[in-house]
Design a protein around this ligand. Structure first.
Ligand code: FRU
Length: 421
């Protein structure tokens, strides 16, 4: 997978910006025969002070073309300092983008967020339609990342990540019958999942996978559970499976909150639904502390920072667990046995109990019985940290790119993503 209109490709399998900072995938959609991946982009600097929606288009999910940004700040006091994350929805043959407008004060602090929308006939040029509804009461200015779907009853539902005035994260839901006027319906999850909401909850996604209803979100500020190797990143992403009741607009959680990826940087994923019922997901491989972020080596070498993960096909297995594998369109792995040294490529390997792999100078991956551990000497400080998971390790799929590795177990139950330099 190479980005076609770059003069030279840097990453081989991953989408990256030409310059500046990339974060969340946005508005993932198949529209009028083309796949669209929008993304949070600051083209001016490798920081988060400004965001617009960068845009990739593909005919085959393999090669991508960079096209002009779809949405840029323009509306005074609504989206003048940032077009924050959001989602796409096709309605009556037109492509609608829902996003959060960000406004900052003179000191540069975010002071206001507004839920906004825009429309397009060709998927390339968008007309802004303004603000959807007023800011909900009882919440701080941290309300963002709209996602929209149509229920079986024909009504439209819109969810948002939100922070209550008492600094607890939540997902709030709105409902519309005409796709224009939205009614506030309160919390999607009410008093469930209180231990994993953090002080703010970002990028909620409600998705149908194999007929099961999956709710994904990215809470901020969870306490790391070091004993069980959960929530060890600065912010984390997880999912639950359950049932959405369209009448009450409530989601009833049926499973434990489980992290989507066991590695270092995975965050803020979104999914795209394909015509044949497949559901594919991209994540941002860039969630890290500000100190680590500003020291990412590509800033100096290439004037850009962060990448998206490869697209992953999602399924739910018989035990109500989410599974992930890279989509078949981009897969072309070499079958190898017990390799000790690898470079950029895709590998399917059978590994033995005492397996160890060195990746560059700073990363070591080892198997100890059913546990896979990735140790990384961090690039901004001379410390070694590790991430690990326990699962079926007999056969692993490795997607190794210039500075990111994704490791998949063959049952798709565990994925570990890590940048490496
Ligand atoms: C998640 C996030 C979103 C926000 C966007 C801003 O990484 O913080 O909540 O909309 O990034 O770039």
């Amino acid at each position: 997978m190479l980005v076609t209109n770059d003069e030279t490709a840097f990453e081989q399998f991953h989408l990256y910006p030409t310059n500046g900072l990339l974060n969340d995938p946005n508005g993932l959609v198949f529209f009028k025969g083309q796949y669209h991946v929008f993304y949070q982009w600051n083209p001016y600097a490798c920081d988060h002070k400004y965001k617009e929606w960068g845009h990739f288009v593909s005919d085959d999910l393999k090669t991508w073309q960079r096209v002009a940004s779809a949405l840029k700040p323009s509306l005074e006091n609504l989206d003048s300092d940032g077009i924050y994350s959001g989602a796409a929805f096709i309605h009556e043959d037109r492509l609608y983008l829902f996003y959060t407008g960000n406004v900052r004060d003179e000191a540069g602090h975010s002071v206001k967020s507004s839920q906004m929308w825009a429309v397009s006939d060709d998927g390339i040029h968008f007309e802004k339609l303004g603000e959807l509804f007023p800011h909900p009461e009882g919440f701080t200015k941290d309300v963002r990342d709209p996602m929209v779907w149509q229920g079986k009853n024909g009504h439209y539902f819109l969810i948002l990540g939100a922070q209550h005035d008492n600094k607890i994260g939540d997902i709030i839901i709105y409902e519309s019958t005409d796709f224009k006027t939205w009614q506030y319906r309160g919390s999607l999850i009410e008093d469930q999942l209180l231990d994993v909401r953090g002080y703010m909850l970002e990028c909620p996604g409600f998705v149908d996978v194999d007929g099961r209803q999956v709710l994904m979100f990215s809470p901020q500020g969870l306490t790391p559970d070091l004993e069980n190797h959960r929530f060890e990143n600065i912010h984390n992403t997880g999912y639950v499976i359950g049932h959405f009741d369209e009448k009450t607009a409530r989601f009833h959680v049926e499973t434990e909150f489980k992290e989507v990826d066991q590695g270092f940087e995975f965050y803020a994923p979104q999914t795209m639904s394909l015509l044949n019922g497949r559901r594919i997901m991209w994540g941002w491989a860039g969630m890290m502390t500000p100190e680590r972020e500003s020291a990412v080596p590509t800033i100096k070498s290439n004037s850009w920072v962060h990448v998206l993960t490869v697209p992953r096909e999602l399924h739910v297995n018989d035990h109500n667990q989410l599974t992930q594998q890279p989509i078949s369109e981009i897969l072309d792995p070499e079958e190898v046995d017990n390799v000790k040294n690898i470079s950029v490529g895709q590998y399917r390997l059978n590994i033995t109990d005492d397996w160890q792999l060195q990746l560059g100078q700073n990363v070591t991956i080892t198997r100890q019985s059913d546990t896979l551990k990735l140790k990384r000497r961090q690039w901004e400080a001379d410390v070694v940290e590790s991430r690990q998971f326990t699962g079926n390790l007999d056969n692993l799929l490795l997607i190794v790119d210039v500075d990111i590795i994704e490791i998949y177990t063959s049952d798709g139950l565990n994925v570990l993503t890590s940048r490496w330099f």
